[in-house]
Design a protein around this ligand. Sequence first.
Ligand SMILES: Nc1ncnc2c1ncn2[C@@H]1O[C@H](COP(=O)(O)OP(=O)(O)OP(=O)(O)O)[C@@H](O)[C@H]1O
Ligand SMILES: O=C(O)c1ccc[n+]([C@@H]2O[C@H](COP(=O)([O-])O)[C@@H](O)[C@H]2O)c1
Length: 220
Amino acid sequence: MSDGVIETVNLASPSPRAEPRPFPTLPPHPPGLRIGLFGGSFNPPHAGHLAVSLIALRRLGLDNVWWLVSPGNPLKDRDELEPLAARLAEARRLARDPRIKVSAIEAALGSPFSFDTVSYLKRRCPGVHFVWIMGADNLSSFHRWKRWRDFLMLTPIAVVDRPGSTLKAMASRAGRALAPYRISESAARLLPCAKPPAFVFLHGPRSPASSTALRAARQR
Ligand SMILES: Nc1ncnc2c1ncn2[C@@H]1O[C@H](COP(=O)(O)OP(=O)(O)OP(=O)(O)O)[C@@H](O)[C@H]1O
Ligand SMILES: O=C(O)c1ccc[n+]([C@@H]2O[C@H](COP(=O)([O-])O)[C@@H](O)[C@H]2O)c1
């Protein structure tokens, strides 16, 4: 991470007895920390990412939000994907709040799958309360993720509303699977310590920003 939280990547000479290579060095994190994991392509990052992070920090009572900049969403075409280094640099410029940390840990782990990332982080940081954060549009396609049902058992999930996705998200396969485990918004602060499956749908000021729109504007 930009401030050393997760950044040292040892690809060249991994210790033979540690994690399978490649592996990132992740310093110990104090048990009890409340950390939101916000995975994304960030291609490019935008005001919507920042808005989601600030809503999650405040409403879930988080200490930090980590932007997990993906090496490449396994469900998306990579034709238009900017290099990871460029997306990381832009994300760091945009994420001005010191509570937001930008990370390339997925590239270091060598997997684009969120199940693998969260499993790894939970193993490496026992006692830290992780919450997965995603926009409502992502919930609609969540049933196509690797081991999505197991993912629901791994970590609590916060879904943040997004224009055009409010109703579709809850009607989706994953939305229906999560419905019995929904925590009310007024109790959102309980989510990080809740036993999964658990989720909250956060409404709030919605941001219309999208990377697709920004890419289109940059091409004009
Ligand atoms: N405006 C927004 N409101 C709510 N959630 C958002 C918003 N923009 C992005 N997200 C969420 O942020 C995460 C990362 O999204 P991503 O980096 O793919 O941005 P995007 O704008 O959705 O990109 P694209 O338009 O290329 O699909 C996803 O969970 C997505 O749902
Ligand atoms: O694990 C999966 O199978 C999986 C499938 C699709 C998307 N994801 C993750 O979802 C997050 C949002 O992706 P994106 O491209 O919509 O920003 C990002 O962290 C991806 O790695 C994960």
